[in-house]
Design a protein around this ligand. Structure first.
Ligand code: UDP
Ligand code: MG
Length: 310
């Protein structure tokens, strides 16, 4: 069986389109499938709409979370409730084309890959959001300790062994594309052009997007802490040279009273210290999150394919 996991948060306007397209894309090549739609605490009519769909088609299962946990947690919840031998992840706003699952499925079954991710060879539309995403991928590619993840997001298909490995990692601050790349296995790619959202505003605000990007960077690269260390080392070197200069100046009786140099060095040192403290704070926050050991999500109800009364 093939399971496809899709998270939804306040998407009442595009659920019909999404499910029509996904169902027909899957039925074009497979009859044994399930679509696990995770309702990530939507406040609009998304859940009712999903339940209507589920009454019509029992292969659609609806996992309703107790509140909005964020889309990485929602994906995790869906993956944990998927029972397929092959499991896919796809955003619910049709930016990733469900028709591509056929090619991904063929590659996994015929070419013996364990994981196939969609890699974006381009994006439709120009927006500041796309530009930030581009910057993030550029930075991440050059600093992260994992490889082969250029321009991949959640859109992917995985064999059961890979899904189980992915779910063994219980960290609370999660960046699934990074974790998926980290687990190894035989990974392949299919290219696609990332579409624009088919309807409505993005449900990941810029703040949420920024937090996701920093989660990815803190989880998969040593850059932030190294950066602080290098600043500290450079600072030490500069001030050692300045110290030597001051001592020589004093010895030859040429000491200048200057407040600008004093002020500048205080500002400079002060800002380095603040930045470094902030970075250390980020790590402490992450350690704290892990040590709390709270569950990643709570399920309100799993409508697992039997007709429901509303
Ligand atoms: N989403 C979610 N929970 C959230 C935010 C978003 O489940 O807190 C879903 C959203 O409905 C969509 C997918 O995650 O199906 C991707 O969200 P969005 O399109 O806003 O993100 P972007 O395309 O900017 O990464
Ligand atoms: Mg989107």
């Amino acid at each position: 069986m093939l399971s496809i996991v899709i998270p939804i948060y306040n998407e009442e306007g595009l659920i019909d389109d999404l499910l029509e397209r996904t169902v027909s894309a899957l039925e074009a090549f497979i009859s044994d499938y399930e679509i696990i739609i995770v309702d990530d605490g939507s406040e609009d009519r998304s859940l009712q709409n999903l339940l209507n769909w589920q009454n019509k088609n029992q292969k659609i299962k609806v996992l309703s979370l107790s509140k909005n946990f964020g889309h990485q947690a929602a994906f995790t919840a869906g993956l944990e409730h998927a029972s397929g031998e092959i499991v896919g992840m796809m955003d619910g706003d049709l930016q990733d084309p469900p028709e591509l699952f056929q090619e991904m499925y063929r590659k996994i079954t015929e070419e013996n890959y364990d994981i196939i991710s969609g890699t974006r060879s381009g994006r439709k539309g120009y927006s500041s959001r796309n530009f930030y995403t581009f910057l993030f991928h550029l930075f991440f590619r050059n600093t992260a300790s994992i490889r082969n993840m250029e321009n991949t997001g959640n859109f992917s298909l995985m064999k059961r062994e890979a899904v189980d490995a992915l779910l063994k990692m219980r960290e609370k601050v999660r960046y699934l594309p990074g974790l998926r790349s980290f687990i190894g296995f035989r990974q392949g790619y299919v290219e696609f052009i990332r579409d624009e959202r088919s309807e409505g505003e993005p449900k990941m605000s810029l703040t949420k997007l920024f937090i996701l990007a920093s989660d990815a960077i803190f989880a998969f690269s040593r850059f932030p802490i190294r950066f602080c260390l290098s600043l500290g080392l450079i600072g030490t070197f500069v001030f050692m040279c300045a110290g030597v200069y001051v001592l020589i100046a004093k010895a030859v009786g040429f000491a200048v009273i200057g407040w600008s140099s004093t002020l500048l060095s205080i500002y400079f040192l002060g800002s380095i210290q603040l930045v470094s403290l902030g970075v250390v704070g980020e790590y402490v926050y992450r350690i704290y999150k892990e040590s709390q050991n709270r569950p990643i999500y709570f399920v309100k109800k799993f409508y697992d394919g039997k007709p429901v009364k509303q």
